[in-house]
Design a binder for this molecule. Structure first.
Ligand code: PLP
Length: 381
């Protein structure tokens, strides 16, 4: 058995050849510090600026509104703590949701310890927030709303534009964690009206350990790392030039090839979902049927232990996930599946499959055959 079918793109992706090729010279030959004034440094300053332009272009932002960070988690931490610290004179109330990634939830816990008040919005059975609940939660002291663009486990896409409008009407900053969405959904920060948006390189065929935060011009946000003047003086540290180059290229490619890849992945997702529902009885699709990330599939297989099923798939060369990547080895039931109302047994029977550009219909047919067989076997035990 030599099959190797990767269906965990929401956890991470490989680095595309085109991306890697652009990165390579900056590890060795072109190693200069972008802050240096001689040619080797200057060239790297220009290449960092080019990457910033590429990221900005993909999001319809200005290059000066793009700040490179060490990862998506760092971008999330910065948005929350940076707004909290800089605006504490205006208020101490932050609104988020109960289905956010740990990078948001743990930042909120930290801020709570410092005296900030956090409201966690509930979600409906599909994982969508209620805009009326959001409006009713806003107070005089609310300084920030942070709602993810799309959920990493169930793929549900939140009403980001509507939330941004509500935030604007109340003069409150709005941040969205778009780590799962960038590269997979067309995003125009101006049209959406968001103030901050987090993204991460390794979810869009770029390198790991690089992210960015879009910060709308004029946003009152505290610096993240104090030190040198890098990242417009807001996030110090000598730039990770190869990874910045990689992120810029990955963003450019993601939107250059968007239409082709998007329609392919969407068709595969629809085929996968329809066939699972046709071939395997007693399954439940988690997340919204249409308002979901193109590559996300999350099913509960009633009566089956998801961990065992995952191991069986692994033995057949199939990589999937039983929850979000960061909690894959954590036995605690997923907070997202709990929030959409699933009981513990149903949560334990759930698997996430996340599709990527290299997947083919042949891959999916193979996975469906194995899945059908293994679910049947496990239910018999
Ligand atoms: N936010 C979401 C929604 C994610 O899915 C992830 C990673 O899985 C992150 C943030 C963290 O990104 P990074 O791994 O780059 O820190």
């Amino acid at each position: 058995m030599n099959k190797n079918i990767y269906l965990d793109h929401a956890a991470t992706t490989y680095v595309k050849k085109e991306v890697l090729n652009e990165m390579m010279p900056y590890f060795s030959k072109k190693f200069g510090n972008p802050s240096a004034i001689y040619k080797l440094g200057d060239e790297n300053k220009n290449i960092v600026n080019l990457a910033r332009e590429r990221v900005a272009r993909a999001l319809n932002a200005k290059p000066t509104e793009i700040y490179f960070t060490g990862c998506g988690s760092e971008s999330d931490n910065w948005a929350l703590k940076g707004i909290a610290f800089a605006n504490k004179d205006k208020g101490n109330h932050i609104i988020t949701t109960c289905i956010e990634h740990a990078a948001i939830l743990k930042s909120c816990e930290f801020l709570e310890k410092l005296g900030f008040e956090i409201t966690y919005l509930s979600v409906d059975k599909y994982g969508r927030i209620d805009l009326d609940e959001l409006k009713n939660t806003i107070k005089e002291t609310t300084i920030l709303i942070s709602v993810m663009f799309a959920n990493n486990e169930i793929g549900t896409i939140e009403p980001v534009k509507e939330i941004a409008q509500i935030a604007k009407e109340h003069n409150i900053y709005f941040h969205t964690d778009a780590v799962q969405a960038v590269g997979n959904v067309k995003i125009d920060v101006k049209e959406l009206g968001v103030d901050m948006l987090s993204l991460s390189g390794h979810k869009l065929y770029g390198p790991k350990g690089i992210g960015a935060l879009y910060i709308k011009e004029g946003t009152n946000i505290e610096k993240l790392i104090h030190g040198g003047g890098q990242e417009l003086g807001k996030r110090a540290g000598t730039e990770n030039v190869p990874s910045i180059v990689g992120l810029g290229k990955a963003m450019e490619i993601a939107y250059r090839d968007f239409d082709k890849n998007n329609s392919k992945i969407l068709a595969l997702r629809e085929y996968f979902i329809t066939e699972v529902e046709r071939r395997i009885p007693d399954v439940k699709l988690n997340g919204h049927r249409e308002l979901r990330l193109p590559g996300n599939i999350n099913f509960s297989f009633n009566g089956v232990d998801g961990g065992t099923l995952l191991e069986m798939l692994n033995l057949h060369g199939i990589s999937a996930s039983s929850g979000s990547a960061c909690s894959a080895r954590n036995v605690k039931p997923s907070h997202v599946l709990k929030a959409i109302g699933l009981d513990d047994n149903t949560i334990k029977s759930s698997l996430r499959f996340s599709l990527g550009v290299e997947n083919t219909k042949g891959d999916i047919d193979y996975v469906l055959t194995i899945l059908e067989k293994e679910v049947y076997k496990l239910r018999k035990i």
